[in-house]
Design a protein around this ligand. Structure first.
Ligand code: 56B
Length: 492
């Protein structure tokens, strides 16, 4: 939208105030406005630039690589810790898991080295980044804590200590923004309870039991599982550690002093949590990075876990509120995003740029995309307008777009990022980085479709692909050469 064009949202408000609107008052629009705002940011950005040659080259490379890998929504189920029907997760479980995960899907970066940073001990491996969140949720579910059941987070039902215990770390660093994460869970539970209850009443079609016949997870453009992105295993890279993917290394793996990542060490199965905790301290000492744990902290952890065990004793009944919310969207991705933003302040990822309100909606959009991918575009993942969802403006994909030569930065911004200095939340640089990333992925999408009219892709798949690529490169240690921008934000 150019400066001269009227904002359609303002126009509609004006129409409503003059009682000349043709829309029912409570109708939810399927237009999120994110793409329009991203174009506006791009048009007015002075510190972030989209290089046209870089965009064309990236589009060709991305499309070729996606074709070679037969990249599709199937990639979602290839992520080790994403829940799958084959593991006994019902459709309701998966819906609630995705909702919980995307409430909390923000800010996993650390100022600390790989050894010291926040890590989650689960399945005998140490997990970091986005995977650390998945590991927390899966570990809690394994322990019988209904962490993905919204009624469980209601104030008065579970203590902050018990919730903190779900996110407990294997190192001295805790998960970033733990206070915000707990507040977000509480707020979401209240909204669901008030706006989408009666919570306990089953909804037609939502199965509580594990799906007997797994939902068809084959996506648009079916992919044979054997063709899915190659899994990196310890055997593949015996000399590299991979906390991101929790690859377990042989116990005696040598530690290079320059290594910035921690070596994940296997915890034998059957070992109790406290045994494992002790083993962890011994391990940390063994690699010369002892984790100092004050007795007080240990006591608090112990009390918290006792409390969480007590609080688990009366498991909440199945909770269909998220299913109800999804059903209100009538299989429209745009409507679901707008519903999330309307009802839940924690999804209202909007800010101001050049005195104009701009919407970025990262977590609301990734929630819809995760549902689409988890259910292979069917059932709760069926959205007829999924192609209107934009890239999710986080801190990883912009990093990737820069390294591909799509985004370039003004000297002050480039210096700030390279020198690992944080950027304040809501700073114009942050908004430009996020808005231009959305617009850049849109230009890549258009370029691919211009050259390949029958290409089956959208901004979601391009985003997932770029995110996965960023992780692959990081694993290959190239990540050290391409820092991401650092803003401590609950939005992304
Ligand atoms: N744009 C975009 N951002 C994404 C994801 C995902 C994971 N999505 C899964 C679903 C399908 C894909 O195949 C992925 O497996 C996480 N993030 C964001 O990254 C950051 C964490 O990064 P790190 O610290 O390195 O783990 C944090 O802001 C987090 O919110 C994505 O897909 N797109």
């Amino acid at each position: 939208m150019s400066d001269d064009e009227a904002d359609p949202e303002l126009l509609e408000l004006l129409r409503q105030s003059l009682s000349v609107s043709t829309k029912p008052k409570d109708e939810i629009s399927s237009d999120t406005g994110v793409l329009r705002d991203a174009e506006y940011i791009y048009n007015n950005a002075i510190d972030v630039h989209i290089d046209m040659y870089g965009t064309k080259a990236a589009a060709a490379n991305i499309y070729q690589s996606m074709q070679e890998r037969r990249y599709s929504t199937h990639a979602w189920t290839q992520v080790e810790l994403h829940p799958k029907p084959s593991e006994g997760f019902s459709q309701l479980d998966i819906v609630n898991f995705v909702f919980t995960m995307d409430l909390l899907n923000f800010s996993f970066w650390s100022e600390l080295s790989g050894v010291e940073r926040y890590q989650v001990d689960y399945t005998g491996k140490h997990w970091t980044g986005y995977n650390s969140l998945l590991a927390c949720l899966r570990r809690a579910i394994d322990d019988g804590i209904p962490i993905t059941t919204p009624t469980y987070w209601l104030s008065g039902r579970v203590s902050d200590e018990a919730l903190k215990n779900v996110f407990r770390s294997a190192t001295a660093e805790q998960i970033p923004l733990i206070g915000e994460r707990i507040s977000i869970l509480r707020e979401a539970a209240d909204v669901l309870h008030k706006s989408f209850g009666d919570l306990d009443e089953p909804v037609e079609g939502a199965t509580e039991e594990p799906t007997a016949v797994p939902v068809d997870l084959e996506p648009v453009g079916h992919v044979d599982p054997s063709d899915a992105k190659p899994e990196v295993t310890a055997q593949d890279h015996p000399d590299t550690e991979d906390p991101e993917n929790g690859v377990t290394l042989p116990e005696a793996a040598p530690i290079h002093p320059d290594h910035v990542h921690v070596d994940p060490v296997a915890v034998p199965s059957g070992e109790s949590q406290s045994d494992a905790h002790e083993a962890e301290i011994v391990r940390d000492a063994a690699v010369g990075e002892p984790v100092t744990e004050s007795p007080r902290q240990g006591e608090a952890d112990h009390q918290a876990s006792e409390m969480s065990i007590k609080e688990q004793q009366a498991p909440p009944r199945p909770d269909y509120s998220v299913v109800r919310l999804i059903e209100k969207a009538d299989h429209s991705a745009g409507k679901l995003v707008n519903l999330l933003v309307k009802h839940f302040p924690c999804f209202r990822d909007e800010t101001r740029f050049d005195r104009k309100k701009v919407r970025l909606f990262k977590r609301a959009q990734i929630l819809v995309a995760d549902l689409w991918a988890a259910f292979g575009g069917t059932g709760y993942g069926e959205f007829h307008d999924i192609d209107n969802v934009t890239m999710f403006a986080d801190y990883r994909v912009p990093q990737m777009l820069h390294s591909l030569g799509v985004l370039s930065y003004s000297p002050p911004l480039y210096y700030r990022i390279q020198s690992l200095q944080p950027i304040d939340s809501e700073h114009s640089w942050e908004v430009q980085l996020r808005g231009c990333s959305i617009w850049a992925v849109e230009l890549i999408r258009r370029e691919i479709l211009r050259n390949n009219a029958d290409a089956q892709l959208n901004a979601v798949l391009i985003d997932f692909f770029l995110y996965d690529l960023a992780k692959e490169r990081e694993r290959a240690q190239e990540g050290l050469a391409m820092p991401h921008h650092r803003t401590r934000s609950m939005w992304y």
